[in-house]
Design a protein around this ligand. Structure first.
Ligand SMILES: [Zn+2]
Ligand SMILES: [Zn+2]
Length: 274
């Protein structure tokens, strides 16, 4: 299983990165590559195309419905619906530009109507020709080829989920490894459950200690992300969702003070093999 960071800017696209979007891929026993996209925030559809033809996505998981996590779903719909015949597609249907059916999209309750409103559909119109939208059921696993997704409710001002993705190790496919993605959250029991014995904890760190101490229930700081990784025994911490207005390196400096394991700051194009 491998993670490619498509966009890692927090809250809005920055000069160096699109908003949140993460490509998770794994090969099954037959050698077919399965592609799961976690979030498709503002600006992320462009760089996604460097790594994956969007037609080839097998599923999308939306952590929540803030624009920095789902705004580019509108552009994706246009791409899926209107691309010229013969354009794109590397999997089955290659050369025809055809998907095998609508793309599975997992998100909070209300995702379908929110996407339709964002796209400007009239009442009664829907996107079901291209997108099959399913509501997360906390704790109920979803299978995407060799990947198992488990959504976990977390603490944010709107319904929000982190996702544990378990799949075959890149180096030893007989071993199962876990990537835990926090989405947007403050410290909470859901975060603790996500981080527990994760091989990689991909954790947001939008807030800064000292600057944002009065605002709780929305985001992690680098320190709170590091504490979750330490408490859960996570093998590696990747900090992400850092807004462009934060002091560079603050999230890392906070996390390294409380988490003894390896820490990276996410950057666009970064690949993490699990
Ligand atoms: Zn966000
Ligand atoms: Zn949010």
């Amino acid at each position: 299983m491998r993670l490619t960071v498509i966009g890692c800017a927090g809250s809005f696209p920055g000069p160096e990165s699109a908003s949140s979007s993460y490509l998770v891929q794994a090969d099954d026993e037959a050698g077919r590559t399965w592609s799961l996209l976690l979030d498709l925030g503002s600006g992320a559809l462009g760089p996604l195309q460097r790594y994956c033809d969007p037609v080839d996505l097998d599923a999308i998981g939306l952590s929540h419905l803030h624009p920095d996590h789902m705004a580019d779903m509108c552009g994706l719909y246009v791409y899926l619906k209107y691309r010229p015949r013969g354009h794109g597609g590397h999997a089955e249907g290659a050369g025809t530009g055809a998907r095998r059916g609508p793309l599975d999209v997992h998100g909070p309750f209300g995702t379908a109507s929110r996407l339709a409103a964002a796209y400007g559909l009239e009442p009664g119109e829907s996107m079901t020709d291209q997108l099959a939208v399913h509501a997360w059921q906390p704790g109920r696993p979803i299978q995407v080829g060799p990947l198992t997704l488990t959504p976990v409710a977390v603490e944010h001002p709107v319904p929000a989920y982190g996702v544990r993705v378990t799949g075959p190790s890149e180096r030893d496919p007989t071993r199962r490894v876990t990537l835990a993605y926090t989405g947007d959250t403050d410290s909470c029991p859901g975060l603790d459950a996500l981080a527990r014995e994760a091989d990689v904890l991909l954790a947001e760190a939008a807030f800064v200690e000292g600057r944002d101490d009065d605002v709780r229930g929305i985001h992690l700081t680098g320190r709170r992300a590091g504490q979750a990784a330490a408490d859960g025994g996570a093998g590696r911490l990747v900090l992400t969702h850092v807004p462009a207005w934060n002091p560079p390196g603050a999230a890392y400096d906070e996390a390294v003070a409380v988490y003894p394991g390896p820490i990276d700051l996410a950057r666009p194009g970064m690949v993490v093999e699990l």
